[in-house]
Design a protein around this ligand. Structure first.
Ligand SMILES: NC(=O)N[C@@H](CC(=O)O)C(=O)O
Ligand SMILES: [Zn+2]
Ligand SMILES: [Zn+2]
Length: 429
């Protein structure tokens, strides 16, 4: 089905019509008999790309499936998501990765790119089948033990050396287990003391970020820092990026989540497990440093860390509840609310262009010009919306934005020329 998107403002500039042929490619003139989408007053961006999504299939289909997570992603304006490896079983073989990739294709709403585990079973000891996963049909290039830190420096070094051979990258959940005890469940500070909750110090993240950039330099490889959450990590990244640029032989990239850009640790005073997440919500000074780092390019990308959990895992006393919050459907609005001064080209850079480049997805994050695949999101820039967790396509309801008002609304999403979301609602296959 061909398509004409009429009167969109490309990255917030001017007014343009976009033409899509029946191969799902952007072309330079209107195909005959095309379906029409009215995009007057809407900003067109390349489809969003999420470097960090938990889809829970296989193993916890009660919390999310590849299909329901794909629906939530499309509603959020995404056309590609990277599905983290901490499923049951873990994505640590070529077969497991190919299965995730195939289920994504069957859902057909976004590109689902599997992330491969760095170590077998996320055990932290033995490298997983990195090369076989890369050479599989899924073409895995991003590897992560997310949920756990690759804490053994020797294993991390080996992983970095291994992925270098094919231009892969290791995405690290930076958290030194010896500094963040097993019971830790919130930011360590004055508040955790008052609440009587065991805390996680920022330094547990920062020492791993510092170690890993040195390992990436030493191995001339690529490291990506998942969900950066502290000002100290930002300082290390700023130094490391300057150093990597001078050296020209290695690289470090980093992502921040929407929730770490807007929510702070004082939300924990009500002991509501909705706000329990790893890494934990931090004080305002950290939030300010993260915003500044995203705006100036020290942090490369926004990634949701969409972490759906079933009610019976999340609705517990704070110390017993699962870590994580959903985020695919609200990411763009949260970023716009947290950083209203960010230009549309910058939004496209941090939510589409750069994540696509980090993940090696050549088809995604492309300029909206003839010859590119038609992955497009159309946004009502100044819409005020109130989040309703029950209006979500996700199977889970652990939504920290419920009842909050945010700015900007995803109106239409187009994936490979197919309208997946129209007027804010899913279009069934
Ligand atoms: N972010 C979280 O709090 N939880 C994630 C794991 C992770 O990203 O570390 C999960 O899988 O639930
Ligand atoms: Zn993590
Ligand atoms: Zn995660």
């Amino acid at each position: 089905m061909s398509l004409v998107i009429e009167g969109a403002s490309l990255l917030g500039e001017g007014t343009t019509d976009l033409y899509v042929d029946d191969h799902g490619m952007l072309v330079d003139s209107a195909p005959a008999g095309a379906e029409r989408i009215d995009a007057a007053g809407l900003v067109a961006l390349p489809g969003l790309v999420d470097l960090h999504t938990h889809l829970r299939e296989p193993g916890r289909e009660d919390a999310e499936t590849i299909l329901t997570g794909s629906r939530a992603a499309a509603l959020g304006g995404y056309t590609a998501v990277l599905a983290m490896a901490n499923t049951t079983p873990v994505t640590d073989t070529a077969e497991a990765a190919t299965r995730v990739w195939e289920l994504g294709r069957e859902a057909g709403l976004v590109h689902v790119q599997p992330v491969g585990a760095v170590t077998r079973g996320l055990g932290g000891e033995e490298l997983a089948e990195l090369g076989l996963m890369h050479r599989s049909r899924a073409g895995v290039t991003v590897f992560s033990d997310d949920g756990r830190c690759v804490h053994d420096a020797r294993v991390m070094r080996r992983g970095l050396e291994y992925v270098k051979a094919f231009g892969g990258v290791v995405s690290q959940h930076s958290q030194d287990p010896s500094l963040a005890g097993p019971a830790a469940c919130c930011h360590e500070g004055e508040l955790s003391g008052r609440l009587g909750l065991p805390g996680w110090p920022g330094i547990a993240e920062e020492v791993i970020v510092a170690r890993d950039v040195m390992l990436a330099r030493h191995t001339s490889s690529r490291v990506h820092v998942a969900h950066v959450s502290t000002a100290g990590s930002v300082d290390v990244l700023r130094w490391a990026k300057a150093r990597a640029e001078r050296d020209g032989t290695w690289s470090v990239t980093a992502e921040v989540t929407p929730h770490h850009l807007l929510l702070t640790t004082d939300l924990l005073t009500g002991y509501d497990p909705t706000y329990k997440v790893n890494p934990p919500l931090r004080p305002q000074d950290d939030v300010d440093a993260l915003r500044e780092a995203l705006a100036d390019g020290t942090i490369d990308a926004v990634a949701t860390d969409h972490a759906p959990h079933a009610r019976h895992d999340k609705e517990h006393a704070f110390v017993d509840a699962a870590f994580g919050m959903v985020g695919l459907e609200t990411a763009l609005a949260v970023v716009r609310t947290a950083l209203p001064q960010l230009s549309w080209p910058d939004v496209a850079r941090v939510m589409s262009v750069t994540p696509a480049r980090i993940a090696g997805l050549a088809d995604q994050g492309r300029p909206l010009t003839p010859g590119s695949p038609a992955h497009v999101v159309l946004v009502e820039p100044d819409a005020a919306l109130t989040v309703d967790r029950d209006a979500s396509a996700s199977l889970s309801r652990n939504n920290p934005w419920h009842g909050r008002s945010l700015t900007s609304r995803v109106v239409h999403t187009v994936y490979a020329g197919r309208v997946t979301v129209r007027d804010g609602a899913l279009v069934d296959a």
